[in-house]
Design a protein around this ligand. Structure first.
Ligand code: 13P
Length: 291
């Protein structure tokens, strides 16, 4: 079922686990999140980036996610979120389309400008009862990136995160704490920084760059109070590798569905593993069918 993000995030906070926010790029990945959520008895966040919206169209993706949530995942809650909205207009369009949560990412601007733009978004979003995610300390890399090492992974300053949250009144906060988008050997989580932020900032914390971080570190981050973990690259890799292998093995196939079906199963498996790792699996009992 499609729900407001606040409903599932509050449950996650109470239960001491994290929700996966999965970046979708096509119908197959949307189906994979919905099916995994049902099988794992888990809530999930389906998130789209601006480039995913450009690829699928805002109305189509909003309608597909709503319909899949209602029909494929009727028994478990799913929320729709905009990931890394870069401008007031981009965010505003998603609010109008019916998203219950939007991320305004002005983290590359100086702090005061980031605060100003985020404040404007919060004003409009809250009037429509939509949650806003803010970001401090730009999180580098881009989902799908795979490189041995990134040149530098910048870190947020705790005092800036605290000031930002206080002044903007965002509902959730993302900050650079050592991870990056994509899979890179030098990604890590700086736990002293996470702890310093969590001590002062009580709103839900989002860990970006969930792919490429050791499972043990993800588990520790959940224990330290991370409430949402973004996963993009691992799904892109599961999709592409499976599609490439299936095509190579079936060069004469003429039905696209036969080439795409295995990609759904592969992403579903990855998502279910994440749900178990994040602790969200098993939290929602599938509704019993009336007979
Ligand atoms: P990964 O691609 O590293 O999983 O990061 C995704 C993300 O944080 C999207 O905002």
């Amino acid at each position: 079922m499609l729900v407001h993000i606040k409903d599932i995030v509050r449950e996650a906070q109470k239960g001491g686990y994290a929700l996966g926010a999965f970046n979708v790029t096509n119908l197959e990945s949307i189906l994979a999140v919905a099916r995994a959520a049902v099988k794992a008895n888990s809530a999930a966040i389906i998130q789209v980036s601006e480039s995913a919206i450009k690829y699928m169209g805002l109305k189509p993706v909003t309608h597909i996610v709503s319909t899949v949530a209602k029909n494929v995942a009727a028994a478990v809650p799913i929320a729709l979120h905009l990931d890394h909205g870069s401008s007031f207009d981009a965010v505003f369009e998603c609010i109008n389309a019916g998203f219950t949560s939007v991320h305004i990412d002005a983290s590359s601007l100086p702090l005061d400008e980031n605060i100003n733009l985020t404040k404007q978004v919060v004003k409009v979003a809250h009037a429509r009862r939509v949650w806003v995610q803010g970001e401090v300390g730009a999180i580098v890399g881009s989902p799908g990136d795979i490189s041995a090492r990134l040149k530098a992974i910048p870190l947020a300053k705790p005092e800036e995160v605290i000031k930002f949250v206080k002044e903007t009144k965002v509902d959730t906060i993302a900050a650079a704490i050592g991870t990056a988008h994509g899979v890179h050997a030098n990604e890590d989580i700086v736990f002293s920084l996470l702890k310093a932020i969590k001590k002062q900032v009580k709103i839900p914390f989002i860990l970006h760059g969930g792919s490429g971080v050791a499972d043990s570190k993800i588990k520790k981050a959940v224990k330290e109070g991370v409430n949402i973990i973004n996963v993009g690259t691992d799904l892109k890799v599961a999709f592409c590798q499976t599609l490439i292998n299936t095509c190579l093995k079936n060069k004469k196939e003429t039905d696209p569905r036969n080439l795409l079906k295995p990609t759904i199963a592969a992403m579903e498996k990855t998502i279910m593993e994440k749900m178990k790792l994040f602790g969200s699996a098993g939290r929602y009992r599938a509704a019993k069918m009336e007979t």
